[in-house]
Structure formats: structure tokens, C-alpha cells
Design a protein around this ligand. Structure first.
Ligand code: ADP
Ligand code: MG
Length: 411
């Protein structure tokens, strides 16, 4: 089935083709029709399945079909995102989809100056992609009207709840017209999310894509068992053996993100990192460098990387086993986006076996273990650019750090 079958506007179809989308993904196939019909939708589909386009395409189509109400200058479609990066990213996708349609899109999020956002809003934006904080700021300053909002979209709702935005969302809904269409998108679902969803949608169409198959089919994921202090040598090796691939490396804490970056820099690898201690500007810069291929390795904590779409990632390395089992799925979902194939590998040290058990329980089975024979093991350590003479001191450093970490656990 093709996008043409939905009876979409020609300009929109052209914009979809320009993004290289040939046919709808599962979630798009199931969500686009009910949204076009005006139904509320509650959609659950894992990361990387194409949820953005699943709500964006039909919403753009609806906004084009219906004209803006006379005299109303406010927003017609409001898309809520949990993080600055996601608001920016989804804003870009919508910008591409609305080219030549006359619809105006503005992304509104914190961490950057608000004046340019205000200037754009004052022009009369049809679609606003926003994080809760900045949205409320601008609404309080009367730069944003929502009384005629036709469509409300909650994207990455599970992450939104994790970050504590539930009251913000409840409050927001009070400023929107009762007669509106609400679309609720999430990667996972539990009782809390369900409760929130049902408090804002009306008789929704429920869509759920492969709830059992938590890791996408096009991702090959495996595991190697190695000691903590040897992980960096294996990371170096993966980097060197995959010269054409972008690699995302996940670590558990901010401190680890800095440490692994330093270890990679020591062996001449041009890596960037992203974590909660970095400013918005630093994070955007790191991400841009990685996106454009100026750096092939991005080292990130779970929270900083959630939901971000970087198309060229062929490899995910779980440098640390996640301490929240569900994060395994989010991490691995960074590769094999859309229709591409991807690889994920997890480094598991003996002291992480409990975390691993939880992950395997969550995904419903063991992860395939790659046995490291003695020769491979030695080769990996021998070929490292790192000064191996100084090995013991590095191990000591690592141990000291690990101890420091367990005392002061931050993410
Ligand atoms: P999700 O929100 O479900 O995690 P995204 O909407 O960010 O996923 O999409 C993941 C990736 O899949 C993006 O790179 C996007 O461009 C790509 N994609 C989405 N829809 C299609 C499609 N129909 N065909 C090919 N690629 C697609
Ligand atoms: Mg998404």
C-alpha cells in the first residue's frame, strides 16, 4: 500500500516522497486513516517505528482541508514534546511536510532565546511544536492563543510522564476547546499512561503495534561479557572495525559519559557526548556534529538521548547495561530506524549481571552472547592505541571512579 491510497493532497504527497518514504510503516498504515476521519487516537508503538509521520501527515492534511476560522489568529494544531531536542526535531519534520502548503510551523522550546519564537508566533502559526515550560511562558505573555486549537498531539507520552509533566498536560487541556481532536502517542504503556490518556481523549481508536516484539525485527542485538576495565578497548575496536558507521554509545551516568569520552580521546577517536550536565547549546552542538558525520561516535546517557532521531546510526553500543530494563529497548531503538537494518551490542561486566537479568526478563528472552575467545581478547587489548604500560593506573582510576559512583549516583 502506498501513501497515495489515503487520498492526500498532491503537495503533501510530494513532500513525503522528498523525505524518501515510499510506503507507510505499520503505525502509519494504521493511524493515518482514523486521524483523517477525525477520531481521537491512542497509539502505542516502539521507538523508531515512524510515529512522527503517523500523526504529522494526517494532521497537515486536515489543516489544509479545513480553512482557518475567520478572525482566529492562534494555533490550530499543538504538538507537545518532552524535550527541547525533540521539539526541534519534530518541528523540522513538520517544516518539510508543510513546504509549499502555506501552513506556518513554529517550534517553541526553552534553552534558547524566546524572541525569535515570539516573532514567528506573532505571524500566526498554524502548527506549534512545544515543550510544556516554554509553551506556558509564551502563553502567559499572550503570544500564544489556543482557544481555536483543532488538534492536540501528545508525543512520547511515556517520556513526558517520566519527566513529571503530567500536571502541565492536565493544565494545558483546560486552555483548549473541548471540541478538538486529541492524538496520544507513546512507545510504552502502563496504568499511569492509560489513566492520563483516557482523561484527555474521547472514544479513541486504539492502535498497538507488536507489543511483544519489543526489539525491532531489523535490529540484530547481542551481548559480550567483559570486565568493566576492558570495555574501552572493545569500544575502540568496534569503532575501528566499522569505519562507515555512526555509533551511539550508552552509559549509565554523567560521570561515565565524561570518562568514556576521555578514554576515546586518548586513543585519537573524535567522539562527542551528551548528558544532563551539558547546556542546551552544548547538546545541540554535539548532536549536530554527530548528525553531520563530523564525529562518528556519540556517547550519551539514557535521558539525554531519548526519542532523538539520528538516521545514520548503524551501531548502538550499550557500554553499560541499563539500570532501568525498559531503557534497553529505547537504546536499541536508536538503530534500525524506519526500514534500515541495525546492530546493537551490550557490554556486560560480572557486576552488572542483575541488570542484565532484568533486561532479559523485560524483552522476554536471553540476548545472544558472542563468545570472546582468548586470541580475540588479547588482540583487542594489544591493538589499542592506548598506552598499555599505564594500564594498571587506568584500572585503578576506573575502580576509584566506580566506587565514587556508587556513593553518589547521578544520571
Ligand atoms: P518514533 O517516533 O516512532 O521513534 P520517528 O518518527 O522518529 O520514530 O521515525 C524514525 C525514523 O524512521 C526516522 O528517521 C524517519 O525518517 C523514518 N521513517 C518514518 N516513516 C518512514 C517511512 N514510511 N519510510 C521510511 N522511513 C520512515
Ligand atoms: Mg517519536
Amino acid at each position: 500500500m502506498k501513501f497515495e491510497a489515503f487520498g492526500l493532497n498532491e503537495t503533501l504527497l510530494g513532500n513525503i516522497a522528498k523525505q524518501g518514504f515510499r510506503k507507510p510503516t505499520d503505525i502509519q498504515y494504521k493511524a493515518i486513516r482514523p486521524i483523517l476521519a477525525g477520531d481521537d487516537v491512542l497509539a502505542i508503538a516502539q521507538t523508531g517505528t515512524g510515529k512522527t509521520a503517523a500523526f504529522a501527515i494526517p494532521s497537515v492534511e486536515l489543516l489544509m482541508r479545513r480553512r482557518r476560522c475567520e478572525g482566529y489568529t492562534g494555533v490550530r494544531c499543538l504538538i507537545m514534546e518532552p524535550t527541547h531536542e525533540l521539539a526541534h526535531q519534530v518541528g523540522e519534520v513538520i517544516n518539510l511536510l508543510t513546504q509549499g502548503t502555506g501552513l506556518i510551523t513554529v517550534a517553541v522550546y526553552g534553552g534558547v532565546e524566546q524572541d525569535p519564537q515570539i516573532a514567528q508566533l506573532d505571524k500566526g502559526a498554524d502548527i506549534v511544536v512545544a515543550t510544556p515550560g516554554r509553551l506556558f511562558d509564551l502563553a502567559a505573555q499572550k503570544h500564544l492563543r489556543t482557544t481555536g486549537c483543532e488538534i492536540l498531539i501528545l508525543d512520547e507520552a511515556d517520556h513526558m510522564l517520566d519527566l513529571g509533566f503530567i500536571d502541565d498536560i492536565r493544565q494545558l487541556v483546560r486552555f483548549l476547546p473541548k471540541r478538538r481532536q486529541t492524538l496520544f502517542f507513546s512507545a510504552t504503556i502502563d496504568e499511569k499512561i492509560k489513566k492520563l490518556a483516557y482523561s484527555i481523549v474521547v472514544k479513541p481508536v486504539n492502535i498497538r503495534i507488536s507489543p511483544k516484539n519489543v526489539v525491532a525485527r531489523n535490529v540484530t542485538h547481542s551481548l559480550i561479557k567483559i570486565p568493566m576495565d576492558e570495555k574501552r578497548f572493545f569500544l575502540e575496536r568496534i569503532y575501528n572495525e566499522n569505519p562507515d558507521t555512526q555509533i551511539i554509545v550508552f552509559v549509565r551516568t554523567r560521570v561515565r559519559a565524561e570518562r568514556v569520552l576521555a578514554a576515546m580521546e586518548r586513543v585519537g577517536i573524535n567522539a562527542v557526548n551528551m548528558h544532563g550536565d551539558k547546556s542546551q547549546k552544548e547538546r545541540t552542538q554535539a548532536l549536530e556534529k554527530f548528525r553531520h558525520g563530523d564525529s562518528r561516535m556519540l556517547i550519551a546517557t539514557d535521558v539525554s538521548a531519548r526519542g532523538i532521531d539520528i538516521p545514520a546510526v548503524g551501531y548502538v553500543v550499550n557500554y553499560d547495561v541499563p539500570d532501568v530494563a525498559e531503557n534497553y529497548v529505547h537504546r536499541v531503538g536508536r538503530t534500525g530506524r524506519g526500514m534500515d537494518k541495525g546492530f546493537a551490542i551490550t557490554f556486560c561486566a560480572p557486576e552488572e549481571s542483575d541488570y542484565l537479568k532484568a533486561v532479559e526478563e523485560y524483552i522476554g528472552g536471553p540476548i545472544n552472547v558472542i563468545e570472546i575467545d582468548k586470541a580475540t581478547h588479547e588482540e583487542t587489548l594489544d591493538f589499542s592505541e592506548d598506552n598499555v604500560d599505564d594500564w594498571q593506573s587506568l584500572i585503578d582510576e576506573e575502580i576509584a571512579r566506580e566506587e565514587g559512583r556508587s556513593k553518589k549516583k547521578r544520571r
